[in-house]
Write a protein that binds this ligand. Structure first.
Ligand SMILES: Cc1cc2nc3c(=O)[nH]c(=O)nc-3n(C[C@H](O)[C@H](O)[C@H](O)COP(=O)(O)O)c2cc1C
Length: 373
């Protein structure tokens, strides 16, 4: 008979060598409901799986004798040089992964020479994250029902030295995340809202979908493109629209004079059964043209994923969930280790495909992966 004590021996922590290892370790390390909150997607998680697996349906076409002694991974986003072509996606409440929370994330981003996206839903106040490092940071917020709150958040970010405003446009209604419903999940405290605003958010979040898990109660479901026009009069910072999944909306971004857009399905956390982001990237990039810088997020876990997204029209990519895995492994150092692994994979992919610079990565590098006969 099996010794019942023996079953309780924890699985030994191994040295992670790729991002999936970090995920496994985070699952052992983090509270179960917090891990589920990070990992989960909407309803059947069909889009969650597809957003990841779609990269496997793209093949690389490597070139040889390209004459590169090394690869230069640096690029520019909104005119800002970054050392690696990946950035940290705005994602709520890093305290759920490590007590240093967004301060650790800011240090890791600055160390890697890349952009940190900070959400209004952070565990640490905007000003404290800004003061932690000199690294480039973009601030993410929403069209709240109360436009004065949108304005206040934008002004705080401006004063704190953020370099761009990311407007998230795909979170204007509660989404059905069944892991959270089953876990009776309650979100931890957020730092940038007053108790009255939190109470208002809760009062507006009547649906079962939204019980204790979301900030959606403050967001305005009736916002429209006219609000972009209004925001442009209120700030001189560049505006990046997040949550674009069609050529039609990419054209509207361009027509409305935004500076950048992020092809994103919110990590498949909001609307299920959409396409994956890498699938819609060519359509969005074609519609955006030269007028708007295009970035992508969703399922970026390998260096090859980063290179494929750049080949199909992204100027850079963001990742979300791996931030929590890196933080849970070892705070700022853990997240740096994770990003060093991703950076080395990008470098290896570039060298082995004969691409010495980000500019040299073009559409001829990828082709649909044919099904095996
Ligand atoms: C735990 C968690 C919290 C998030 N919070 C926000 C948020 O506050 N604002 C936002 O625009 N996106 C948020 N996102 C979405 C990310 O910005 C990004 O779109 C997504 O994580 C990318 O997919 P990936 O996790 O597969 O890399 C969040 C994602 C996660 C996993």
């Amino acid at each position: 008979m099996a010794d019942p004590e023996a079953e309780r021996v924890p699985v030994p922590l191994v040295e992670p060598i790729n991002l999936f290892d970090f995920e496994l370790l985070a699952e052992q390390q983090m509270a179960h409901n917090e891990f589920d909150y990070v990992a989960g997607g909407a309803t059947d998680e069909l889009t969650l799986r597809r957003t990841r697996s779609a990269y496997e349906h793209l093949a690389l076409r490597p070139r040889v004798l390209a004459g590169n002694a090394a690869a230069d991974l640096s690029t520019t986003v909104l005119g800002q040089r970054i050392e690696v072509p990946f950035m940290l996606a705005p994602s709520g409440g890093h305290k759920r992964a490590h007590p240093d929370a967004e301060l650790a994330t800011a240090r890791a981003a600055a160390h890697m020479g890349t952009v940190m996206g900070l959400t209004a839903n952070s565990s640490v106040p905007i000003e404290d994250v800004a003061a932690e490092t000199d690294g480039p940071k973009w601030f993410q917020t929403y069209f709240y029902r109360d436009r004065e709150l949108t304005l206040e958040m934008v002004k705080r970010a401006e004063q704190a030295g953020f370099k761009a405003i990311i407007l998230t446009l795909d979170a204007h209604w509660p989404s059905k995340r069944e892991r959270n419903i089953r876990n009776k999940y309650k979100r931890g405290a957020r730092a940038n809202y007053t108790p009255a605003q939190e109470a208002q958010a809760a009062a507006n979040s009547k649906s079962m979908f939204d019980s204790g898990q979301s900030s959606r109660g403050l967001n305005d479901p009736a916002a429209s493109w006219a609000d972009i026009e209004w925001l442009k009069t209120a700030t001189d910072l560049p505006i990046v629209c997040k949550g674009i999944m069609t050529g039609e909306d990419a054209s509207l971004c361009a027509e409305n004079g935004v500076d950048g857009l992020i092809v994103s399905n919110h990590g498949a956390r909001n609307l299920d059964t959409t396409l994956s982001t890498i699938e819609v990237l060519p359509e969005v990039a074609a519609a955006a043209g030269e007028r708007v810088e295009v970035y992508l997020d969703g399922g970026i876990r390998r260096g090859t994923d980063v290179v494929k997204a750049i080949a199909l029209g992204a100027k850079g990519v963001f990742f979300g969930r791996p931030i929590f895995w890196g933080l849970s492994y070892g705070g700022s150092d853990g997240l740096i280790k994770l990003m060093e692994i991703l950076r080395d994979e990008v470098e290896s992919t570039m060298m082995l495909t004969g691409r010495g610079s980000i500019e040299a990565i073009d559409a001829s590098l990828v082709t649909p992966m044919p099904a095996l006969a």
